[in-house]
Design a protein around this ligand. Structure first.
Ligand SMILES: [Zn+2]
Length: 624
């Protein structure tokens, strides 16, 4: 049985991007066709409230099933159907509340709806804490007999049989109830981090282009990608020095979170926090460790990318503060939303008519909230949890090429949800995060491929190719660096090493110097960059980020086959995005044509990256 809170988290796939801030419109000034249609979910706020009351009421009936789950196939079925209806409605309620809230975070009614529905879930979690231990107590043979006797139980088989795979980690009823109650306190480190880093941490000011600016994360992200080297270096110095001032506080917060992860893993009889994070999806610990190992073995390719960057920037010594600098000056790939739609539809052609038609329908029927407005959540995501409705996409589109890429990325998630919701029963529609980022990065590969064929101008091609390489850097190398750091700090905590801010800065700094070839003279990592760990929210998500890298690798391998015109590969890919959570992620990917327990997809990815670099070098050589 899935844990409700983690399921809810996985429904919302955040793409961590920070966007430049600029004068924003009020939401009321944006035409309806560019905004979400909330009425597809609920007619009105009043309709939402009464549906929520009704759900809370129905949740009380969970007590009636206690002691009956193992008595007969019919009783088990009636509980499964009851619980399914609750979840379906619960997701829909949660999605309405959170989308409205994200459209304008300043609105108190929006915020309070999110709190109300969360509270309903927490209370239900406590009332239903008997369920998993009671299911686990049913002998496996009896469970199999129930499923054989009642064909309607077949759709729940995956979840029901999983109880036995996870039995070692299921506690007694009383212990489960205590664990459910810890949910009220185990989020404290993360909430403190969120409040402190988003709101209360004093930010420093810096003069940029004659104007004094507060170095918020968004302004820092602009400053570090400035064409002016002095601005980049100064911003890097000032920004991370400021984090170092609060190193102790950030250290306590992250230490608090890691302790929670370690506590949960120990309480549930796992060998490690890593095992507890990957086992729910039946992913071997080795997949995580070999990703880290493979990336370490290929740091040479990463260094080639850094050397290329140095050459294009024309600097004698590449600094960490240069990493985000634009390498092709005077070229800006910009597209209106209408142009973006056209590019995306064209790039998705290899996936067939139906896929394109649904994407077009999404564009025309307000599945996407496209433009930024005052109070709107930054970044981008797709939310496909409203099973009977349709997925929703949040964007903050301003016309940059990387946002066209983000849009097709989110559409990848949306189409994965669309096909899975359409094909699978509710019980197996939701897909694991491990496969989620495959569908999204797959679409990015298709877009880049089309753009590469379309652009003829050398500078424009260079700009595109570099942005593709930045994708390899950001998704494969940077996320794996994060993953390696996460593993190191959890292992340190498991051995009893106290994780202070200083220790974390030292560990993160060492790792960054290794990745960027500091000692080999590839890229000089400024001393204070070691503080970067303090700014990464994903470290509060218990081994989440490695899935960006593994998904990226898997999608590169799958897309290469589809782009080569392999009809069978296209068919298998559509089946894969229609499969939801009907099997374990590694198995689903195997059926789609990629074996994540082998290093082959990884090697193919590195090969693709080197291919791009070959092309960049030949353009550069020609230009000289
Ligand atoms: Zn994504």
């Amino acid at each position: 049985m899935k844990n409700l809170t983690t399921t809810l988290l996985s429904v919302i796939l955040m793409l961590a991007t920070s966007l430049p801030t600029f004068a924003q419109k009020d939401r009321s000034e944006i035409e309806d066709q560019y905004k979400w249609k909330f009425t597809d979910l609920y007619e009105s706020d009043a309709a939402w409230s009464s549906a929520k009351e009704k759900l809370a009421e129905q949740m009380n009936q969970v007590a009636d099933f206690k002691g009956k789950l193992g008595t007969s196939a019919a009783d088990l079925l009636s509980y499964m159907q009851y619980s399914e209806e609750l979840m379906k409605e619960g997701y829909r309620l949660y999605i309405y509340a959170s989308l409205k809230s994200d459209a304008d975070l300043r609105d108190a009614d929006n915020t309070s709806r999110v709190k109300e529905i969360r509270q309903v879930f927490v209370e239900y979690g406590q009332k239903a804490s008997y369920v998993t231990p009671e299911l686990a107590a049913i002998p496996e043979a009896t469970m199999k007999a129930f499923i054989a006797e009642e064909p309607k139980l077949e759709i729940y088989k995956m979840g029901l049989m999983d109880v036995y795979r996870m039995k070692k980690h299921t506690l007694t009823e009383l212990e489960e109830a205590v664990m459910a109650k810890t949910g009220m306190i185990t989020g404290t480190a993360n909430s403190a981090f969120s409040v402190f880093s988003n709101a209360e941490m004093p930010r420093v000011k810096m003069t940029i282009d004659g104007e004094e600016k507060v170095l918020t994360p968004a302004n820092f992200s602009m400053a570090r990608s400035s064409t002016d080297r002095d601005v980049r270096q100064k911003a890097t110095k000032v920004y991370w020095d400021n984090y170092l001032k609060y190193e102790g506080t950030y250290g306590e917060m992250l230490n608090g979170q890691i302790k929670v992860d370690v506590f949960r893993a120990k309480a549930r009889n796992y060998n490690s926090a890593l095992e507890s994070a990957v086992k729910a999806n039946n992913i071997p610990v080795e997949v995580y460790k070999s990703l880290v190992q493979n990336v370490n073995n290929n740091l040479g390719t990463f260094h080639r990318y850094l050397e290329l960057k140095k050459r294009m920037l024309g600097v004698d010594e590449l600094m960490y503060s240069d990493i985000y600098a634009p390498t092709v000056k005077g070229v800006e790939l910009k597209y209106s939303y209408e142009e973006a739609q056209e590019l995306i539809l064209k790039s998705l052609k290899p996936l067939g008519k139906e896929y394109i038609e649904v994407v077009d329908h999404a564009f025309k029927n307000r599945w996407i909230d496209i433009y930024p407005n005052t109070g709107k959540r930054s970044g981008a995501y797709s939310n496909g949890g409203a099973y009977d409705v349709h997925p929703y996409i949040l964007m903050n589109y301003t016309g940059q090429y990387n946002e066209v890429s983000t849009l097709t990325h989110e559409l990848g998630h949306t189409m994965h949800s669309y096909y899975s919701n359409k094909t699978q029963p509710f019980a197996t529609a939701d897909y694991a995060t491990f496969v989620a980022e495959v569908a999204s990065t797959f679409n990015e590969v298709l877009l880049n491929d089309m753009m590469q064929k379309k652009l003829k101008d050398d500078d424009m091609r260079l700009s595109l190719l570099m942005s593709m390489l930045d994708g390899f850097k950001g998704t494969l190398f940077r996320q794996t660096q994060f993953a390696e750091f996460e593993l190191a700090i959890h292992e340190a905590a498991e051995k009893g090493t106290p994780l202070t801010g200083k220790v974390l800065t030292q560990m993160y700094g060492d790792l960054t110097r290794k990745y960027y070839g500091h000692d080999k003279g590839v890229c000089t990592v400024e001393e204070n960059v070691g503080a970067e760990w303090a700014a990464i929210p994903h470290f509060y998500m218990n081994f989440y980020v490695y899935q960006y890298s593994t998904s990226f690798v898997a999608s590169q391998a799958l897309a290469a086959k589809v782009l080569a015109g392999d009809k069978e590969a296209k068919k298998r890919y559509i089946e894969f995005i229609s499969a939801g959570g009907s099997d374990y992620p590694i198995e689903l990917l195997k059926t789609a044509g990629v074996d994540m327990t082998s290093s082959e997809p990884f090697d193919k990815t590195i090969e693709a990256m080197n291919g791009i670099m070959d092309e960049i070098e030949s353009i550069l050589d020609k230009k000289k």
